[in-house]
Ligand binder design. Structure first.
Ligand code: TPP
Ligand code: MG
Length: 416
């Protein structure tokens, strides 16, 4: 994309004036009407919760097997990570996603390759769902040169431009504006540069604890203001390390619990609450949000109620959550739930399910072998991409952006 022209600035002004026209119409409708609209969105959202895995949900056998494969892959990959971490193959903090698979698979398997995903430090499974090969993620976790970030990222920083994975982020909330930025690019191309085919969508994932940082609210505002093709997915696993969600978050008006999805309507976007332990429900809600974003109708906030089956990170002894709470959610494990549904409704046979498990086991074992046998990065790579290129950003004398110049990101600082 070229530098913004004065014409595009005018278009940006018009995007802003369209937004103020919308606000003016809400104001004209009066406070009572506006309040009704908010309630309507929130209530619809509750009704929108799709039929459960035990109910009637339309999914083809191919899609069901794809989603099942993805969830099993996520679970087995993470269990293998735990083993490898305790064997000293990985360094730093490693946060596992086990238990939350229905959210990643239910949303991301519906995306196109040119769509984007922004993650958190609990990022391995989002990347797997988006198509980053298990080998490249495992090698990254081992700090090897064949990893998706050439061994320079590690567990909390899984990034793959090729697969539309815009990164894991150690600082909570950091990924949300990045996701909104990607959605802005898609909308800018369509609305300002007139590229009709630009309809890619970005989904940002983050936790319940992250909803209490400012970047969440700034991002909700900007996404709504410009009707960006962005989906906010809150993975509400009830805990932010050792802080229980209701202890940290103000209750929404009239509720006993704080509902994050109700913050969507406050910013003029639908807020949807979904059972995040039921992949078919998540899928239906995501389908609607993705279609809305692609049509150009703007963002959606999805709150998926879920649970992590392990401690906050592999360094957490997980002593704060009660046995009863853990047992309650273990009984709602999304993987056996989907398996049972698939078998009962003829979406897959026992033999096909077994084949999926065997393939996943082979894929995960292969990823470990590949990571183990891969070389470490060369010392010369140590400071690459750490400091800004001394040649600076901006436009070069040939009229191209400097970052488009061959070799721009290599050799930014050499270690001999
Ligand atoms: C800006 C910032 N503040 C504080 C922290 C420390 N921190 C790490 S994880 C975490 C809790 C996040 O909880 P949640 O958003 O619910 O995600 P979950 O771990 O449950 O997936 C906090 C506060 C951080 N990483 N970044
Ligand atoms: Mg949480």
């Amino acid at each position: 994309m070229g530098a913004p022209s004065s014409g595009s600035r005018t278009m940006m002004a018009s995007m802003t004036s369209q937004a103020s026209a919308r606000r003016a119409s809400v104001r004209a409708a009066g406070p009572q009407r506006a309040a009704l609209r908010v309630r309507a969105v929130a209530t619809t959202a509750k009704k929108d919760v799709a039929p459960s895995a035990t109910g009637k949900s339309a999914i083809t056998p191919e899609a069901a097997k794809d989603v099942y494969y993805d969830m099993v892959l996520g679970r087995e990959f993470e269990e293998m990570c735990a083993q490898m971490y305790y064997r000293g193959k990985m360094f730093g903090f490693v946060h596992l996603y086990s238990g939350q698979e229905a959210v990643s698979s239910g949303v991301i398997r519906l995306l196109r390759p040119d769509d984007h995903v922004c993650s958190t430090y609990r990022d391995h499974v989002h990347a797997l769902s988006k198509g980053v090969p298990a080998r490249e993620i495992m090698a990254e976790l081992f700090g090897k040169a064949t990893g998706c970030c050439r061994g320079q990222g590690g567990s909390m920083h899984i990034f793959s431009a090729k697969h539309g994975v815009l990164g894991g982020y150690a600082f909570i909330g950091e990924g949300i504006p990045v996701g909104v930025g990607a959605a802005f690019k898609s909308a800018y191309r369509r609305q300002v540069l007139g590229e009709e085919s630009s309809d890619s969508v970005t989904v940002s994932f983050f936790g319940d604890g992250t909803c209490n940082v400012g970047q969440f609210y700034e991002s909700l505002n900007m996404a709504a203001l410009y009707k960006l093709p962005h989906i906010f997915v809150v993975e509400n696993n009830k805990w932010a390390i050792g802080m229980n969600h209701p202890r940290a978050t103000a209750r929404t008006l009239g509720d006993e619990d704080p509902f994050i999805y109700k913050k969507g309507p406050a910013f003029g976007m639908p807020g949807v609450l979904v059972d995040g332990m039921d992949v078919l429900k998540v899928r239906e809600v995501a389908q609607e949000a993705i279609a809305r974003a692609r049509r150009g109708d703007g963002p959606t906030l999805i709150e998926a109620e879920t649970y992590r089956f392990r401690g906050h990170s592999l360094a957490d002894p997980d002593e704060l959550r009660s046995k009863e709470e853990k047992a309650k959610y273990a009984a709602r494990d999304p993987i056996p739930q989907l398996k049972e549904y698939m078998l009962k409704s003829g979406l897959a046979t026992e033999a096909e399910i077994k084949e999926i498990h065997d393939k996943v086991t082979a894929e995960v074992e292969d990823s470990v072998k590949f990571a183990d046998e891969s070389p470490k990065p060369d010392m010369s790579q140590l400071l690459e991409n750490v400091f800004a290129d001394p040649r600076g950003f901006g436009i070069a004398p040939d009229g191209r952006y400097r970052y488009e110049m061959p070799g721009f990101t290599t050799g930014t600082a050499q270690v001999s």
